[in-house]
Design a protein around this ligand. Structure first.
Ligand SMILES: Cc1ncc(C[n+]2csc(CCOP(=O)(O)OP(=O)(O)O)c2C)c(N)n1
Ligand SMILES: [Mg+2]
Length: 913
């Protein structure tokens, strides 16, 4: 600012500064105080106008703190009331007398805010409008939006005369019918299935008309698909009354007729189920709505919804992200408490993860289980976390459908205009306990006294519609009765649904996908001439592109390896595999921390021109994509939970895209443990949702200390059952090449968990030949390429440790053969059996691993290996350890030498050297 306040500009800016409309903008600069730093004298008229402007600003800034947004009136836990007053000094900010305006000014005409029409108005009318739009049953927070045009647009929308127009009678009758449905649905379950958990919506019933209004408005604005996530609260009600799930199916689950095993899988409780349905507009247009299945873990579904929405945008060719809308419905306690909410906001505008803005709805019942808001968060509102972003927040009184719909409308308008997130905080209450068997007044006696005497929104709004002759009470009652009859019929139908499994059949592209796993792997070799074409594309810089000298060397090395037909390393094998898939017309998406270059400088999927002033990049794989295929690679934010969730969500959209997530080091994936446990491991069993997601987890004991050694292989293995995923620890680039290609070439989709190399990326022996890429397929077991004659010891190991073993064996006299278990789950029993049968004279069977005994694959493989040979296997590896690895490099080397020696039968205790 200071730089431009010189010369000619200064005079012009001084003129501007005199204009009252610019006052706020220039506050804090020299101009804010006038040309000489001293404010010019004002006329009495100007002075009054400034006072009016200050009042207008106060409404915009603080109106929401005065708004009548709490249906429980002034009820607030005592300490929260204290916090309110100390933080906000609420009292007289909206009182005209605070600004020196009194009754005699009320009929005087002033310049109105720019959003007003006409531009001048009586003070009384200005205040009246501001009061209604900012301090009525809806409050708005937006001053954290720093972008002025966006903020002004929003102010214009909120203050516009349109906001005061009454809703149409037809619209309001529709909402009332939705409210009646919402209320009767809960009441029906309450009386028929007493004491069973349903997580009643009562107290925030307005969610049902609000959602249906959102779907309708979205459809009118050309949105074709909505991807939605929500928690337990009112989910059954939403499924039936907003998403067309037959009530009979819900009732069948209450009746105990639910038999997911008849389809296969565990199924899930009713309030976690997903659903998809077409929502029809009156003009016949349809909006497809999908509610993503979710686990109990609150907010974990948020990034999954984002990934699914992004994938759907891709599938539908929605380049501007205006046709597919993500909607997330949160609880008030979870919204402020769960960090993944902040992670999801953070990714919302990033190139690789944006979805064009999410409509967030907070179903705010002012409590979380038994915990009061004051113990739940340090912020005043549950929604304050959203203020890290330019996200408008509308608070609406849940007892006032007119206000709630207004907020929904503004939210959608904002999202479609700016592609940014927006929050609608529906403030209601929870009529019952956390669940229906729960007694809420143990902990909140005063609040629950108020709630007991508080009439439902359907009662209040219904009475108002009756009194204003919009919807006569007898007509409302007739509708209520007809809906109850519908529910009764549904209940009777439920009695017939005796073998209800609840899974929605796989449709579209997924219909082709087989459910079961198969060891009949497709051939995944790629002809040498095709590989050459791919390599040429990968290794050729564009014209005039100046490469980093080290990158030039990297490319030259790859070229040399390719031309010699030998020495293809890990990362090169990866590029060739991805390039081949792209050439076949299949898309690839890779994301993770620093994955463009690669944590270990191994990948260089993105090249940077070192000479150009404007950053110029080249991504060689992009040019290989055939047809509609696309290669995308994104350096992700420093988050595991949200990014893995996002990629999982992307992977369930359609089966023909290879979606890969890479951890910086394998152990960091435990920050995403909820996604691994609840979605990746169990999603197919619970919800019949298939995913071919690949997780790359750098893993190897190389003396880097406790945190960079271990990807917690054992955790994945503990989740393995019923062929739910594939877990592998590979030892050659060719194996990696075939594993990646196979992931799209096999006819089923299961997550692939790969332990990936670190030092092996550059190990001169961890190389493959072109011939190995051109022929064959993925092998679950690799036989010993240089087994001694008549071995008496057979070692089975997996991954990196094989190279240590092979090296030691070269210099030691050992009669041990060593084979590699490349895929650990599904356990390749038959293949391993076949390989073992090639070694008839074995006296010692040894499992070798570099991980401590309580980690790695030992616990998983031990009983399986024993079953194969009918004898217990020896263990060669590190002893049990609380920490994943030693922090001392010297100690690491000792441990390594000892475990290799022990596997080969060379350890001192055995009297050998
Ligand atoms: C991550 C996680 N921690 C704890 C729980 C247990 N839990 C279930 S509901 C709930 C309270 C949620 O409060 P809120 O988000 O306000 O939703 P409400 O039930 O009030 O609608 C808790 C703690 C959970 N489901 N998920
Ligand atoms: Mg709550």
């Amino acid at each position: 600012m200071r730089d431009i306040l010189t010369g000619d500009n200064a005079a012009w800016l001084e003129d501007v500064a005199a204009d009252p409309r610019w006052r706020g903008a220039l506050e804090g600069t020299d101009l804010g105080a006038g040309p000489s730093g001293v404010a010019p004298p004002e006329s009495a008229e100007q002075d009054k106008q400034h006072r009016v402007d200050d009042l207008v600003d106060a409404y915009r800034e603080l109106g929401h703190l005065y708004a009548r947004i709490n249906p429980l009136g002034s009820y607030m836990p005592p300490n929260l009331r204290y916090a309110w007053i100390t933080q906000h000094g609420v009292g007289r900010e909206l009182d005209p007398s605070t600004y020196g305006l009194d009754e005699s000014d009320m009929d005087r005409v002033f310049a109105a805010p720019a959003s007003f029409d006409p531009p001048r108005a009586r003070l009384r009318d200005i205040i009246d409008r501001l009061d209604r739009v900012y301090a009525g049953p809806m409050g708005a927070e937006f001053l954290h939006i720093r972008n002025r045009p966006m903020r002004h647009w929003l102010i214009g929308q909120i203050e516009s005369r349109d906001q005061l127009k009454p809703w149409s009678a037809e619209e309001r009758r529709r909402w009332q019918r939705d409210l009646i449905r919402a209320e009767e649905f809960e009441a029906f379950i309450h009386s028929r299935f007493t004491g069973q958990k349903r997580f009643s919506l009562e107290g925030t019933d307005v969610l049902i008309p609000a959602l249906r209004y959102l779907f309708t408005e979205a459809g009118r604005r050309s949105i074709r698909e909505i991807v939605m996530g929500m928690a337990h609260r009112g989910r059954l009600n939403v499924l039936v009354n907003a998403m067309k799930k037959p009530a009979s199916e819900i009732f069948a689950m209450f009746e105990g007729h639910y038999v997911p095993h008849s389809y296969g899988g565990s199924g899930d409780v009713k309030y976690h189920m997903g659903q998809s349905a077409d929502f029809e507009l009156e003009d016949g247009r349809k909006v497809h709505i999908s509610l993503v299945a979710n686990p109990s873990h609150l907010e974990a579904v948020d990034p999954v919804v984002q990934g699914k929405a992004r994938g759907t945008q891709r599938l539908r060719g929605d380049a501007t992200r205006k046709k597919v809308l993500p909607v997330l419905i949160h609880g008030d306690a979870a919204f402020s408490g769960q960090g993944v909410v902040a992670e999801t906001f953070n990714m919302s505008q990033l190139r690789g993860y944006r979805t064009g803005g999410t409509v967030h709805i907070v179903v705010n019942n002012q409590i979380g289980f038994t915990t009061a808001s004051v113990d739940s968060r340090s912020t005043f509102f549950a929604t304050d976390i959203a203020k890290v972003m330019p996200v408008p927040i509308f608070h609406a009184n849940g007892d006032d459908p007119d206000a709630v719909m207004r907020a929904m409308e503004l939210a959608l308008r904002w999202r479609q205009k700016f592609g940014q997130d927006v929050v609608v905080d529906i403030i209601g209450y929870r009529r019952l306990g956390h669940n229906e068997a729960d007694e809420p007044s143990f902990t909140h006696p005063i609040m629950y006294d108020i709630i007991r005497n508080h009439e439902s929104v359907a009662t209040l709004f219904g009475r108002h519609l009756d009194e204003t002759s919009v919807y006569a009470e007898p007509d409302q009652e007739a509708f209520r009765q007809s809906y109850v009859e519908e529910l009764k019929t549904a209940r009777n139908e439920a009695r017939e649904l005796t073998d209800f499994h609840g899974f929605q059949a796989l449709a579209g592209d997924w219909a082709r996908v087989k459910r079961g796993y198969s060891f009949d792997f497709p051939a995944t070799g790629v002809a040498p001439e095709l590989l050459k074409g791919i390599a040429d594309q990968l290794l050729e810089p564009p014209d005039g592109f100046r490469m980093h000298p080290k990158l030039s060397r990297f490319v030259a090395n790859r070229r040399q390896a390719f031309d010699s037909g030998e020495g293809i390393d890990w990362a090169f094998a990866e590029s060739l595999a991805l390039g081949s898939l792209l050439q076949e017309g299949r898309s690839v998406r890779l994301s993770g921390e620093d994955c463009g270059r690669g944590t270990f400088s191994q990948r260089h999927a993105v090249w940077w021109d070192v000479s150009s002033e404007t950053p110029r990049q080249h991504t060689p794989l992009v040019g290989l994509a055939a047809g509609t295929a696309r290669f995308s690679v994104y350096d992700s934010p420093l988050s595991e939970f949200s990014i893995l969730g996002f990629e999982y969500g992307y992977s369930i959209v359609q089966p023909e895209i290879l979606v890969i997530w890479e951890a910086q080091f394998g152990d960091f994936a435990n920050g995403a443990q909820v996604i691994i446990d609840q979605f990746i491991g169990a999603g197919e069993s619970k919800w019949a949702r298939h995913s071919g997601l690949v997780m790359l987890l750098p893993h190897a004991y190389e003396g880097q200390g406790p945190e960079h050694s271990n990807a917690y292989l054992e955790r994945y293995l503990s989740l393995c059952a019923e062929e739910n995923m594939q877990v592998a620890n590979l030892s050659t680039p060719a194996q990696y090449f075939h594993a990646l290609r196979k992931q799209l070439h096999q006819d089923f989709r299961k997550p692939l968990i790969l332990m990936t190399p670190k030092s092996l990326l550059r190990h001169p022996e961890a190389r493959s030949s072109l011939a190995e890429l051109s022929e064959g397929r993925f092998e679950t077991v690799l036989d010993d390429p240089s087994a001694p004659k008549d071995p008496d010891t057979l070692v089975v190991c997996s991954g990196h440790v094989w190279y240590d073993l092979a090296e030691r064996r070269r210099t030691a006299e050992s009669a041990a053969a060593a084979i590699r278990l490349e895929q650990i789950y599904p356990f390749p029993k038959d293949r391993l059996d076949a390989v073992l049968s090639g070694y008839p004279g074995i006296r010692r069977y040894v499992w070798l691993q570099e991980e401590p005994m309580n980690r790695g694959a030992w616990s998983y493989v031990a009983p399986r290996l024993a079953e194969l040979t009918g004898s217990a296997w020896e263990y060669a590896g590190r002893p049990e350890s609380a920490s994943p690895a030693t922090g001392s490099h010297g100690r690491h080397v000792e441990e390594r030498d000892r475990l290799i020696a022990s596997a080969l039968g060379l350890d001192p205790e055995r009297g050998e050297s």
